[in-house]
Write a protein that binds this ligand. Structure first.
Ligand code: ZN
Length: 158
């Protein structure tokens, strides 16, 4: 009986059902993996339907697209990433700029700190980032800033 059902199905329909099933499994597994991975703490909120991201099809220079991708994917040189490669424990990856210049020793050097908090970049932040993001900063505002559709604001930090 099962074989008869499949024999009557169009092979293209079967292929489409299989493709959708594989995609669904991939998305579920990836979302689950990201939920359990500290490295994806911001990125898991930036993923937009597992499709080509909006900023990648916009007519902007490749260099900017590369910059945006690196920030979004945590492919940067902040201590939160480089410290992982050097086996420095996560809580010891303190921002060297705040530590050296301002005697503060409290915040880990990760995207949120670098873009919205770090004292070293206060002037640059005020010059290039819309006040909404850095006044009363939050991870939610960082996610908004780095979202795939927010090309206008994110280009300012490249
Ligand atoms: Zn800092």
């Amino acid at each position: 009986m099962w074989l008869d059902q499949y024999n009557n199905l169009d092979s293209r329909v079967c292929l489409r059902i299989l493709e959708e099933r594989l995609k669904s499994n991939f998305v579920q597994k990836t979302l689950c993996d990201m939920e359990n991975e500290k490295k994806c703490d911001i990125y898991k909120f930036l993923v937009d339907n597992f499709c080509l991201q909006y900023y990648l099809v916009k007519p902007i220079p490749k260099l900017y697209k590369k910059c945006i991708s690196k920030i979004r994917l945590s492919s940067h040189n902040l201590l939160i990433e480089t410290g992982r490669h050097k086996n420095i424990s996560r809580d010891q990856r303190i921002c060297p700029m705040c530590k050296l210049q301002f005697g503060q020793n409290t915040d880990i050097e990760y995207k949120y700190h670098y873009i919205l908090i770090c004292l070293k970049y206060t002037d640059l932040r005020k010059k290039f980032i819309t006040k909404y993001y850095w006044s009363n900063p939050s991870v939610y505002k960082l996610v908004q800033l780095l979202s795939a559709n927010n090309v206008k604001d994110i280009l300012k930090i490249c």
